[in-house]
Design a protein around this ligand. Structure first.
Ligand SMILES: Cc1cc2nc3c(=O)[nH]c(=O)nc-3n(C[C@H](O)[C@H](O)[C@H](O)COP(=O)(O)OP(=O)(O)OC[C@H]3O[C@@H](n4cnc5c(N)ncnc54)[C@H](O)[C@@H]3O)c2cc1C
Length: 460
């Protein structure tokens, strides 16, 4: 527990109304999208880098854990106070500081909601492409800390591809700027890239400079239905091989399709066991040309049906259904293990064959959906904790899956991060020497080990 005398000092730094110690209010700040829960001792809401710095200095000298928190939508437990201590909510860092149209960059505070930033830049015909499906709730700071991907990653890349520079507070209290505000810059080690995706374990991010691109003038949203996932995944390969790079190329298998079927604006063929959501963007001519070509490629493959949204409202309803897939799967089973593995796009057919075979072997439902265009598939292993052996089988299946993914040349997490849920498996992918180097980097940033302890590196 953080002693009262230390809590008094924290209260002096931020002001009493920006510190919560009431245990009844802790629940909200002790859980995230993993649904796991750990109680912090207190929650602080600093308002500027100086306050963060003072708190970090205090934490390093008095030796208590500090856990940075955005919106708590993380899927690997990154924001959970697994060792108690202080949750540092970035809620008050909620300003878009500048949208610089001359240099196509913007500066934002980490607590800005991803969708709010996108709306703001789009008002001046600029575009911030990274779009995690959680964009209506997630914060930009959480996106940078996790190096969030999203649906448009297939064409536009992920968060790290847009982060030019950061202001961060080190666990020892120093405030430093990393990176640049220019399009180029190679002075020293690339600390920006190191901190991006470091899951809140190296530094607290207090300001972010992002690269923007011109907003595409046109886009078209399409749906293609297939008898099974293999057919859909083969169509993905055909599209990619044809040298068209859609902005979005998303897969839903039968389970996922069924879970959002009622929300779909289009009749879904009864025999459809998989769907691709495809979006192309660019200028009017390119969009029409690519959309037609994709339609031909899908029908040339094994598509049962193909639909195009006729206006932005129809397109938005399709998107809504896609964003609801993950929450809707909870209706199928309250118990699930979610993995976000990635395989080379050319190996997706093998991955799908493995999932079908392993699901059958263990008698478990294994819904899969996600970013097929970049090989990042969200695999959900459903189980019933009341049924003897079910949960154990699910955990064995997870290990088999991750081993198989690595054999296929993939990675155990594409965008959700290691956090606590994937920590036991990190050594499947990385060598002991690689993990050791990472833990020495962590120590160089955080000698007292007080910033977000218990994450990434597995204790036992
Ligand atoms: C329905 C749903 C769909 C999702 N879809 C996607 C998707 O398509 N792509 C994807 O990548 N993710 C997705 N996610 C996961 C999640 O939304 C992302 O990981 C997101 O980036 C987390 O942002 P957050 O603000 O909620 O961060 P939190 O969950 O609060 O924190 C995440 C991590 O960031 C750290 N952190 C937060 N702010 C800071 C800061 N200022 N400085 C230092 N560290 C900080 C925390 O300590 C923690 O380790 C989804 C989640 C849900 C629930």
């Amino acid at each position: 527990m953080i002693p009262d005398a230390i809590l008094d000092k924290i209260s002096d730094i931020v002001g009493a109304r920006h510190l919560i110690t009431d245990q009844d209010a802790m629940h909200e700040y002790g859980s995230d999208a993993t649904k796991l829960e750990f109680r912090p001792d207190a929650v602080v809401f600093p308002g500027n880098s100086r306050e963060v710095s003072d708190i970090m200095r205090l934490a390093t000298s008095a030796f208590f854990p500090v856990v940075p928190r955005g919106a708590g939508s993380g899927m690997s437990g990154g924001a959970l106070p697994v060792m108690g201590g202080l949750v540092m909510s970035m809620d008050r860092f909620n300003r878009i500081l500048e949208i610089d149209q001359s240099n196509l960059i913007c500066k934002v505070e980490p607590g800005v909601i991803t969708a709010h930033l996108q709306e703001a830049v789009e008002k001046v015909d600029l575009f911030y492409p990274p779009d995690p499906a959680s964009l209506n709730i997630s914060t930009i700071g959480g996106n940078v800390a996790e190096c969030a991907g999203g649906l448009r990653a297939v064409k536009y890349g992920v968060t790290r591809d847009y982060v030019l520079g950061l202001t961060v507070v080190l666990p020892t209290g120093e405030i430093i700027k990393t990176g640049v505000e220019t399009m180029k810059g190679v002075a020293g080690y690339d600390l920006t890239r190191l901190i991006t995706g470091s899951e809140g374990t190296l530094a607290v991010i207090t300001s972010i400079t992002l690269r923007l691109v011109p907003k595409p003038t046109h886009k078209k949203t399409m749906l293609a239905f297939f008898r099974d996932v293999s057919g859909a995944v083969q169509a993905v390969s055909i599209i990619i091989r044809s040298k068209i790079v859609p902005a979005v190329l998303e897969l839903m298998d039968r389970y996922c399709l069924d879970s959002v079927r009622e929300e779909m604006t289009y009749p879904v063929p009864v025999e459809a066991g998989a769907m691709l959501l495809i979006e192309v963007d660019g200028d009017a001519l390119n969009v029409e040309r690519d959309a037609e070509k994709i339609r031909d490629l899908c029908y040339g493959g094994s598509a049962l049906g193909f639909e195009s949204a006729s206006d932005s409202e129809e397109s938005e309803r399709i998107w809504e259904a896609r964003r609801n897939v993950s929450p809707s799967l909870n209706k199928l089973s309250p118990d699930k293990i979610s993995e976000d593995i990635v395989v080379p796009r050319s190996r997706m057919v093998e991955l799908i064959a493995f999932l079908e075979e392993a699901g059958r072997r263990y008698g478990l439902q294994v819904p899969a959906f996600g970013h097929a265009g970049d090989g990042n598939i969200h695999v959900n292993i459903l189980f019933d904790r009341e049924k003897p052996g079910d949960e154990e089988n699910a955990r064995i299946l997870v290990k088999e899956l991750l081993r198989h993914v690595i054999l296929l040349g993939g990675t155990i997490t594409g965008e959700h991060g290691i956090g606590i849920t994937k920590a036991p498996y990190l050594d499947m992918e990385l060598s002991a020497a690689g993990i050791d180097l990472m833990s020495r980097i962590k120590k160089a940033f955080d000698p007292a080990g007080i910033l977000n302890p218990g994450k990434i590196f597995h204790a036992g």
